[in-house]
Design a protein. Structure first.
Length: 118
């Protein structure tokens, strides 16, 4: 079955950086757009960024544009989120997700906690 496993979360100070990775298995990775979402307890899950199946197109939420960068390696079935200039409001559980072309996100990882201290 499809598995998405995130890693790289942790505690960082304001202004610091973290790099999240998501390893995918059980799917033809290059057929899927990949995205990152985040959620704070009690709030809705928030879209952060998406990268197309080929890596040729990326999309970012306004709240992270210019600070976060998504990339993928189709040879290694991984997607990475580089997060710079972190702010306390970036504190959340971060989820990796996959969607086939033309469909909604259907596969989700278990999430990794990111905490930014002020």
């Amino acid at each position: 079955q499809v598995q998405l496993v995130e890693s790289g979360g942790g505690l960082v100070q304001t202004g610091g950086s973290l790099r999240l990775s998501c390893a995918a298995s059980g799917l033809i990775f290059s057929n899927y757009a990949m995205g990152w979402f985040r959620q704070v307890p009690g709030k809705d899950r928030e879209f952060i960024t998406e990268i197309s199946w080929s890596g040729g197109s990326t999309y970012y939420a306004g709240s992270v544009k210019g600070r976060f960068t998504i990339s993928r390696d189709n040879g290694k079935n991984t997607v990475t989120l580089q997060m710079n200039s972190l702010k306390p409001e970036d504190t959340a559980i971060y989820y990796c997700a996959a969607r086939a072309r033309g469909l909604q996100y259907e596969h989700w990882g278990q999430g990794t906690q990111v905490t930014v201290s002020s």
